[in-house]
Every structure is written in C-alpha cells, then in structure tokens.
Design a protein around this ligand. Structure first.
Ligand code: GAR
Length: 190
C-alpha cells in the first residue's frame, strides 16, 4: 500500500487513530513542539519538526512550505494527511502532491471554515454539526469532500465537549477514508 506522511501540531489524537489503524506512515511532520511528536515516537514513527519561526505577518508561507516539501521528499510518500496541522501550507505542497493532500476538519464543510469551526458552530446555534474529510487545495478548508458525518449539538454543550465528540467521529472516519483513498491509488496504478 502507498505510504503516507502525517502533519500534526496538537495533541495528536487523530494521528494516533491513523497509526492505530495501521496506516503505513513513513514520517510525522510537526511545525512546533507538541504532544503529537510523542505519539509518533512512542510508535516508532520518525518525527521531523519543521519549526515555524514566526506566527506574525513576517511569516514566509511559501518558503516554509518549500522546507516541508524538501523534508518530505526522501520518505517517498504518496499521500500527505493533515491531522490538526496549525500552518496553512502554500502552493509547493499541492504541486508536489497534487490531489493527494488530505485533511480532516471539525465541521460540515462548506459551513464553518477556519480555525474556530467548533466555536463558530456553537455560536451560530446550529443543532447539528460534524466533520469533513476532504482533499485539501490552496483554498483553506475547501476541495473535494471524501466523507462527512453529522454530530448532534447537545443542550449545554461547550466547545470542549462538542469538539471532543466530533473528534471521536474523526478518529474513526479519517483512518477509514484515508485507507479507502490509498486503496483507490493502488488500484489506479495496478
Ligand atoms: C481535529 O478536530 C481536526 O479536525 C482539527 O484539529 C483537531 C486535531 O485534533 N483540524 C482543524 O481544525 C483544521 N482546520 P488532535 O490534535 O487531537 O489530533
């Protein structure tokens, strides 16, 4: 089966689900020190931190993206799976892995794009939200949808409780969808 790289910045619970599902993961890339690094190392997966030097207006997104592409190159992965990666990447990643950069997002896209998807859904008073697995494009939280699942918003819900229930679904839906995607790549190259 083709191999993947996982890009993560947070607690790494989605990464853990991908590894738990036995997806062939050649490397984990992080942009900062984060718990996801420990998750990868505990399972013997190499971690390469491409440290993001700035979170300000001087951040050079294109140069940073080229660094990520360069670090990824020797691992020979077919697919890049973002799992809570905190940096929006530029064009170079989409050129290098065209149509093969995947993402999971905690809303029913196209609703509630961006980094505050769960808080925004709660603030909008919707009674259901969910998660979306999609092919990532240069446009943030856009691109062809591969899978979606609805999560009901319960009375008295907080961002934390709702996000955790969404993540419970993502931990099942993302690995299954990535696997299906890898199988379809394999079939196409057979
Ligand atoms: C997940 O909910 C993922 O959808 C979200 O970050 C969380 C990562 O959780 N990603 C985005 O919001 C990207 N727009 P984790 O750190 O526990 O794996």
């Amino acid at each position: 089966m083709p191999r993947i790289a996982v890009l993560a910045s947070g607690t790494g619970s989605i990464l853990e689900a991908l590894l738990e599902a036995g997806l062939p993961t050649a490397v984990v890339i992080t942009d900062r020190a984060c718990a996801a690094e420990d998750v990868a190392l505990a399972r013997g997966v190499p971690v390469r931190r491409v440290e993001r030097a700035s979170f300000g207006p001087d951040f050079d997104r294109n140069a940073y993206t080229c660094d990520v592409v360069e670090v990824l190159a020797p691992y020979g992965v077919s697919v890049v799976a973002m799992a809570g990666f905190g940096t929006v990447l530029g064009e170079a990643i989409h050129r290098a892995y065209s149509g093969r950069v995947l993402n999971t997002h905690p809303s029913l896209l196209p609703a509630f794009k961006g980094w505050h998807a769960v808080a925004d859904a709660l603030a909008a008073g919707v009674d259901e939200t969910g998660c979306t697995v999609h092919v990532a494009t240069l446009e943030v939280d856009d691109g062809p949808v591969l899978a979606q699942e609805v999560v009901e918003v319960l009375p008295g819900e907080t961002v934390k409780t709702l996000h955790e229930r969404i993540k419970r679904v993502e931990r099942r839906l993302y690995p299954a969808t990535v696997r299906r995607f890898l199988e379809s790549l394999e079939e196409a190259s057979a």
